[in-house]
Design a protein around this ligand. Sequence first.
Ligand SMILES: [Zn+2]
Ligand SMILES: [Zn+2]
Length: 421
Amino acid sequence: MDVKILGAANEVGRSGFLVNCNGTKLLLDYGVMFGRRGTPPQYPIHVKPKDLDAIIITHAHLDHSGNVPSLFVSGNTDVYATPPTMDLSKMLIEDMLKIEKNAHPFGLPEVNNMMKNSKEIGFKQKVTKGNATFEFRESGHVIGGSTVLVESEKKRLFYTGDIKTNGSRMLREMDMDIGEIDLLITESTYAKTQQIPRKESEAQLIEFANEVMDRKGILFIPSFSVERSQEMACILRSANFKHKIIMDGMALKVNEIMFRHPEYLRDPKIFSEAIKSSTAIREHAERKRAMGEPCVVISPAGMLVGGNAVYYLQQLAFDSKNGIALVSYQGEGTPGKKLLDTGKVSTRGKDLNVTAEVKQFQFSGHADRTELFDMIKKIKGNPKVLAVHGDSESCDMFAQEIHEKFGFETYAPVVNDEITV
Ligand SMILES: [Zn+2]
Ligand SMILES: [Zn+2]
């Protein structure tokens, strides 16, 4: 079995790994990396669709799924994913095409072709293609999100995709009952970083929400539409939060998708209660009316880039009674990062001081350093290890530390590298 690294080498974005099982070729993920400040998006190394026996998508985030439609300009390879991953990938890719018109070498017809060739499978459901057998396992990272086990000629590969080993309020923990493996491809996003335990972040957020309600303000939570928004609603409802919770934007579409796949949630009942008791905003006229009393507003985008978040920011940022809770990662150069660093937002070309109270909370979907090493500790066998999906320092350090602590042969590969087991 050999693996060629197509992307996500010393970087986060454009994941892609080509696994060759004695002639049977599987593609694990095929994502995009968004260009910074107007530079074009980047993709994993090109592969010919006709050379592939199967395409396997670990989860819907665009750095893993976003370039899959490029394989359907002419191809018709089977695409395997869990049902929520298929639904969410379609939604996120269509949204990407809407926002970045003509930036990608494919359009809606290719997305439809991808869907026509999709084969939905659940966790632990084995599929055999030629010389290879593969299956998904739970990753704890996002709804429907998976790790992948590939087996061929007595060699076993485990690819983590993105993982949150402890899971979250929404998701069960990662499945580590995987047996002995010969090759591990692991994400390294937070290999250097320790995070505050989720329970503490939840308690901090609830306290902040109550403080803002007590002073009759409105709490704005800009949040990623996929699952972070729903998690915020669930945290507040589970803490018996009595005030109105408003949900807006693409998070509403995600609610519908999540309702269709309750078996992928840790606690479908709490999810259902939280969402059904919240107020959905579907028209512009409803927005202002809904904010007539102390309440919480949950709306994408998490980094305050575009959409309804801009409207809410203008309405809520300039009143000291209000609060803004940043619960998503804030990328360099985004309005969210600027707000955190300078306390200002841009309005009609002018930078204005925000008077609402701004606080940041840690709710990452990725395993932190402790969780990553706990995961490595549970690995059985003596695998070669590839550390990917992290900045170059994280990948290098993670690879080196795994070697020192566990004695495995480790690499922080570069694009085009090939590893054989
Ligand atoms: Zn992800
Ligand atoms: Zn990722």
